[in-house]
Design a protein around this ligand. Sequence first.
Ligand SMILES: [Fe+2]
Ligand SMILES: [Fe+2]
Length: 301
Amino acid sequence: MVHLDTVQKQISRKPLGAQVNIPPRRMDFDFSKAPINGYANDAYMTTFWAAFSALFPKGESFFVESVRHYRNQIQGDILKAQIAGFIGQEAMHSKEHVSFNKFFAAQGYPMDHLDRDVGNLLSFIQEYAPHRLQLAITVCLEHYTAIIAEYCLKADHMHRLADPEILKIWLWHALEENEHKTVAFDLYQQIGGYYLERSLMMIPTTFTLGFMFLWFHGRLLAHDKRLFSITKNWGGIKHFWGRGGMFQGIVPQLLDFFKPNFHPSQHDTDQLLNEWRERLFGEYGILKNEMNSVNNKKLMN
Ligand SMILES: [Fe+2]
Ligand SMILES: [Fe+2]
């Protein structure tokens, strides 16, 4: 028979985030054996993901700072625990994307320059924008990460194109983006954020994100000397931007953000997340060994 105090002790030993289904999972991906063009064996499509990844280390630190600023003003134990989970997960994402970006930098891509540029932009925002607007920007960008992540988890056709090692970081990140997708939104509402502000902020945030992403991708394609080669890039352009592609797929969910009563939980991903927790971390999960090897390393140190 299990005693109540034993169960309570086990629960209290769990990290706060894990108690509300936002567990920070420490990972340590190894890209040393990954192929150079690890997505569809195509440089346009592979650098698309590299440009996306270049945004993350500084971008996710910005998310964390914008949320952490309000940490001591939060009402409610559940939101406090969710914020602890959010901060833990985003910190891990930053760390692993630094290592993913180094993999591209080792091939000569100017990843350091991209990281510096996104860092400069975000430092400027941190210096001049009020804290609530910084959090509103985080809410907008978290909406993007949640809907792109949901699309990616569902997109079997994309999984088949990705190298298995590279696929791991994106599936793990996509799962966790959906686990914590309500956190920044709920905090923003609690500290007095309102509909008009968040929906208006989505417009400059979208333009800036879109411009920055295209600029970054262009610089990576220029490194490959194929920036202006329509014939070489056409397959990739159609894959992401064309009919039935990823961007067309996320538009309906993107527009939901502009509804006055929108909340991220309205995009119900509970079943999807249960399925992917099992596929990634269950008994035969493809990331089970990754988690174990990190835990083993911790024990040896
Ligand atoms: Fe993240
Ligand atoms: Fe996130």
